[in-house]
Ligand binder design. Sequence first.
Ligand SMILES: NC(=O)c1ccc[n+]([C@@H]2O[C@H](COP(=O)([O-])OP(=O)(O)OC[C@H]3O[C@@H](n4cnc5c(N)ncnc54)[C@H](OP(=O)(O)O)[C@@H]3O)[C@@H](O)[C@H]2O)c1
Length: 267
Amino acid sequence: MELNDRVVLITGASMGIGAATALAFAEHPVRLALLARSEQRLQTLAAELNARPGVTALPLAADVSDRESVARAVGRTQEAWGAIDILVNNAGVGMSSPIGEIDLILARQLFDINYWGAIHVTEAVLPDMRARRDGLIINISSIIGRRAMPGSGVYCSSKFALNALSESMRVELRPHNIRVVSFYPGVTESEFSRNLLTGGSSVHGQGRMRPTPAAKVGQAIVRAASREPRDAYATLFDRFFVFSAAVAPWLMDWMLAKFYGKRTREN
Ligand SMILES: NC(=O)c1ccc[n+]([C@@H]2O[C@H](COP(=O)([O-])OP(=O)(O)OC[C@H]3O[C@@H](n4cnc5c(N)ncnc54)[C@H](OP(=O)(O)O)[C@@H]3O)[C@@H](O)[C@H]2O)c1
């Protein structure tokens, strides 16, 4: 897709990968609708973006898990700028959830954000995209939405569910000329591990591996918006991880069992 003069809605834009994606889109003259719950952070980012030539940003305080709140935010964007060209479903939270210790209330909250949140926003933007027979939806999954990690089953399941949704949407929406990209970040520098629903730190490798800067991930997302591949990654390592897990799942089980066993004994 040609990115100049597009209307882009990014969820989870107040920090981390979402904010970095907004800054990367702002290399082009675009209109950016920034959705998240933290109004103050969105306003600060919008002020920074509005100072860039050719860029206009609209802060939208909303909660993706609340369908009405999403409908209001999408409505405000459409009133201001007309139809949305590109949706980046990025809002998401993690949780540490070893089996036998899953907090079911938090697990449902996580699905309300990571999975139902993406459905709420997608359904709100689709009627306009369908009417114009044009649109691009980028769903931010995770490499551990392709190969689940021990101790993070609920989070990984929410990303596997998002991938299934992306797969079915991609084919359903093709006749309407609406394209769907699945983007799989690996460990990224952001607030993610501080914002876990369970608190504490994650056991799936965050903090152990060297994280990719959020700016690099944001740039890769913008590249994916312009090239529209089926699946997109920020680094070669992320691509290799997903490939290895697909061709040698038993080897991955063995490696993870060693790593997880050591981590569990240390904690
Ligand atoms: N960081 C990683 O290592 C990593 C790896 C793979 C995939 N990912 C995925 O990348 C995405 C972005 O994560 P991140 O690393 O940037 O984490 P982050 O720094 O914690 O940012 C998460 C964003 O989601 C927003 N959000 C959370 N709940 C929301 C809700 N109910 N309604 C609206 N917005 C909400 C947060 O804003 P408010 O709190 O202001 O609402 C924030 O802007 C997530 O989907 C995550 O699963 C991250």
